[in-house]
Design a protein around this ligand. Structure first.
Ligand code: ATP
Length: 335
């Protein structure tokens, strides 16, 4: 697929957003957003509700005007309402809308006609897309009977119909159950290297496996970006997490470990200290929990912590190494 796709063979940036500003009434939504996607990468666009992700995506798609700034796709400028831009980009919304009295094949054929795919190529293209998204056998079925996951697959088929250089997915997994999410993410992973993909999401665990890079947007600005490895190294410190059977043991452990790690017990977890978890939903041992951030070797830290606890006469009910998740990094950057 995409053998004729020039963006995958040139040095032009797949997407270049420069200094984008957008105001709705008196609300400044985008405040100098810069975003550059390398050709062929999968990029996670992450931000809290209202950070400006959808607005940015709509401007990239030529569906919304910007007050100032520029958007280029594969070196070509995008203007509001520009059909040329739409041809280069495939778009999938969180809950795509269809004419659900049509079958998947009829719907894709209609979309292909509207977007000008030559009649001679259309039938084959529709079948190829149905196969790509794993809807074989369901092409004749009315969309009305499709599950959400199937609809999302059909949405991807529609987005890919024009052989876009850039695929933009806005919260594509938010309406799916875990199995639907898994299948959808696998489908996106299979598209890796055939095109450039920009995915916005709140479900950060979905990004962990999939994205080559992640960018955090906050108040309409890109505040940080990098590979997960880079972001973890910069922001997220690994933890030793220890669970205790009761509060007394946890407090005793806390006193013993505090001088060892040169941390004051009253420091908050965010400040890199020791904290108690008292979530009623967790097991007894997990309710009295101490988290110890560390840098350097896990083995050395774990030995030291265990020796200290044994000396203090406290036995942890649970002892685990916790690697920071993307959620932790996100909280650190925009929390
Ligand atoms: N057409 C509009 N008119 C007025 N305000 C708007 C319009 N579109 C978006 N906004 C406002 O712009 C802000 C950013 O919205 P946007 O949808 O871009 O954020 P988002 O990061 O995609 O958030 P979410 O994850 O909740 O979709 C919000 O405060 C929203 O209410």
């Amino acid at each position: 697929m995409n053998d004729n796709n020039p963006s995958l063979k040139t040095d032009a940036k797949a997407l270049e957003v420069q200094n984008l500003f957008k105001q709705f009434q008196d609300k400044q939504v985008l405040q100098g957003l810069n975003l550059t996607l390398k050709t062929g990468e999968i990029y996670g666009f992450v931000g809290k509700n209202g950070a400006g992700k959808t607005t940015a995506m709509r401007i990239i798609l030529g569906l919304e005007t910007a007050n100032s700034g520029s958007v280029h796709i594969a070196g070509r400028p995008v203007h509001f309402g520009s059909a040329a831009a739409n041809r280069q980009v495939g778009y999938l919304s969180d809950v795509p809308a269809f004419y659900d009295y049509l079958s998947a094949e009829e719907y894709l054929t209609l979309c292909g006609r509207v977007t000008g795919i030559p009649a001679s190529a259309l039938a084959n293209r529709v079948q190829a897309m149905i196969a790509t998204v794993g809807l074989n056998g369901s092409g004749h079925q009315r969309i009305r009977g499709f599950s959400r996951g199937m609809k999302q697959r059909l949405g991807i088929a529609q987005a890919l119909l024009n052989d876009p250089q850039l695929l933009i997915c806005d919260e594509p997994t938010s309406a799916l159950d875990p199995e639907g999410r898994h299948d959808f993410l696998q489908l996106i992973a299979n598209l890796r290297t055939t095109m450039t993909i920009l995915l916005s999401t709140h479900i950060l665990t979905d990004m962990e496996e999939l994205c080559d890079r992640v960018g955090f947007v906050d108040h309409g600005r890109l505040v940080e970006e990098g590979s997960l490895q880079e972001l973890r190294a910069k922001y997220a410190h690994p933890l030793l997490r220890l669970g205790f059977a009761d509060a007394a043991q946890a407090q005793q452990a806390q006193r013993a470990l505090a001088p060892l790690l040169q941390l004051q017990p009253e420091q908050s977890k965010q400040a890199g200290g020791i904290s108690f978890s008292n979530s009623p939903s967790t097991s007894a041992a997990a309710q009295y929990e101490i988290s110890l951030p560390y840098s350097g070797s896990y083995e050395q830290t774990a030995h030291l912590a265990l020796q200290t606890l044994l000396k203090a006469g406290v036995t942890p009910a649970r002892f685990e190494q916790v690697n920071p998740s993307l959620d932790d990094v996100f909280m650190e950057v925009v929390g």
